[in-house]
Design a protein around this ligand. Structure first.
Ligand SMILES: [Zn+2]
Ligand SMILES: [Zn+2]
Length: 81
């Protein structure tokens, strides 16, 4: 007899025979985010979210920060005149 467990957890590979069991299991996923950013404290449920976060918050932020610093220097120089 094949043991068939049709209820699969969306967040991990766990499988259950009944929906109730799955619902019980899913409670433990509340606040559980398997993907963590190494550069800040943010956590994500899905790898895509982490990837998007890395691209938006870190790669681009470095560039933006450099631009902001350049602008601030310009302003300071203008004020000094
Ligand atoms: Zn799970
Ligand atoms: Zn981050």
């Amino acid at each position: 007899m094949i043991c068939y467990e049709p209820y699969t957890c969306a967040f991990c590979p766990a499988r259950y025979k009944t929906r109730t069991d799955l619902q019980e299991h899913r409670k433990m996923h509340r606040g559980f985010y398997p993907f963590r950013c190494e550069l800040c404290i943010k956590k994500f449920l899905f790898q895509d979210q982490l990837k998007t976060h890395m691209e938006r918050e870190h790669d681009e932020r470095e560039t933006i920060n450099q631009n902001v610093v350049a602008e601030i220097l310009d302003i300071v120089q203008l004020n000094a005149c």
